[in-house]
Write a protein that binds this ligand. Structure first.
Ligand SMILES: Cc1ncc(COP(=O)(O)O)c(C=O)c1O
Length: 386
């Protein structure tokens, strides 16, 4: 049997280790010069005017919504096909998440469904670029303009993604990124808010550190002590220089990592393309750039003698790690109660939710690993179809 293939793994080399040791030796561990450098590098990569480093993608979403003044009595429209933190961030602000069903092919939020959910209380839309495939942002921006809504992009899967030649977040109020170890680049845990709006960026920057005024973080530097003030109620969401030192070096490699992801994703496509009646594949790029964050297949259980979970067990028995991105948020216990959602509330999300399996996709794996995973998955599913 082949050695265990993890579902995911980060890839650090000497460069990250050297940068980390440099930070440990520098005498400054929390938010400081490395965070500033990573923010500048990231802003340049995304082509945004500002980037604010935070502790996670979840913190990025929370602060972006607060920075726009979203709170009690407001509604924010998003997708059920996302990680819970997209919805949780809305709940943290005391606003109400409102879900709109997804497109059956891209699994991104369906524009027509968003329109049906807009009310007088709607303040913002959070499109999630599922698995790295961009949402139809022109249409979302047009709708947002028509109804005077904010747009905060959940770009946790979409650092390298481009829509019509532009990186994610342009023309939106903000984009929120994650550097969790499963993401395309990692800082251990971490996140970033990008925006072209300077005043909004300043608010987010203040709120990420208790609401203390802008330069308070420097108070322990030589000769820098002064009394600080607290301008707003804030949070302890500041990125540290330890995290940023990993990010600085990971970002330099992002395009090389991406090429591997693209290659492996294409290889999976080739393996599975003859099995369309039993395996649904991520749709092709449609002229945009996919970040290839995940390789999610949907097993057509209506044509199989096994359930999705039985197929997962069989894949794991072949020493292969898998994930599920995602079980639709409104089917999870908390949100099922919150939305009082029964079966059939969001049919497209539920259809996908019951069939999705994410296969390993990361630069550290080899093409042999990809072939082994694809061969094993095909064997299992073809047997289930016989
Ligand atoms: C779509 C989406 N949004 C937000 C997040 C939250 O990111 P983090 O884990 O950095 O808080 C994730 C993380 O998995 C995600 O997949």
């Amino acid at each position: 049997m082949k050695e265990y293939i993890n579902f995911n793994s980060y890839l650090f080399s000497e460069e990250e280790k050297r940068e980390l040791v440099d930070t440990l030796d520098s005498g400054w561990l929390t938010t400081g010069p490395k965070t500033k450098r990573f923010e500048e590098d990231f802003a340049k990569y995304i082509k945004a005017a500002n980037a604010v480093g935070v502790t996670s993608g979840t913190a990025a979403l929370h602060l972006a919504l607060l920075g726009l003044g979203i709170g009690a009595g407001d509604e924010v429209i998003t997708t059920p096909m996302t990680f819970v933190s997209t919805l949780n961030a809305i709940v943290y602000t005391s606003a109400k998440p409102v879900l709109a069903d997804i497109e059956p092919d891209t699994l991104n939020i369906d524009i027509a469904e968003i329109r049906k959910k807009i009310t007088k209380r709607t303040k913002a839309i959070i499109p999630v670029h599922y698995a790295g495939q961009p949402c139809r942002m022109d249409e979302i921006h047009a709708m947002a303009k028509e109804h005077k809504l904010y747009v905060v992009e959940d770009a946790a899967h979409a650092i390298e993604t481009e829509y019509k030649g532009r990186k994610m977040g342009s023309s939106s109020n903000a984009a929120c990124f994650s550097f969790h170890p499963i993401k395309n680049i990692t800082t251990g845990e971490g996140g970033m808010v990008t925006t072209d709006d300077q005043a909004f960026a300043d608010r987010v920057r203040v709120m990420r550190l208790h609401g203390m005024d802008k330069t308070a973080w420097r108070r322990y530097e030589k000769g820098q002590f002064r009394h600080w003030d607290m301008e707003y109620i804030g949070f302890k969401y500041n990125m540290t220089d330890i995290q940023a030192s990993l990010g600085i070096q990971q970002l330099k490699k992002i395009e090389d990592f991406w090429k591997k992801r693209q290659e492996y994703s294409g290889r999976y496509d080739k393996h599975f393309k003859a099995e369309k009646n039993i395996i649904m594949l991520p749709p092709p790029e449609a002229g945009n750039r996919n970040a290839y964050h995940l390789y999610p297949i949907r097993v057509k259980t209506e044509n199989l003698k096994m359930t999705r979970d039985e197929i997962i067990d069989a894949i794991q028995a072949k020493n292969i790690g898998v994930g599920v991105h995602f079980r639709a948020a409104h089917t999870l216990t908390y949100y099922k109660k919150y939305f009082k959602s029964g079966k059939g509330t969001f049919p497209n999300a539920e259809y996908a939710s019951d069939r999705l399996i994410s296969l390993p996709l990361y630069p550290k794996m080899t093409i042999d690993d990809v072939d082994y995973v694809a061969g094993s998955v095909k064997e299992i599913i073809k047997k289930a179809a016989a």
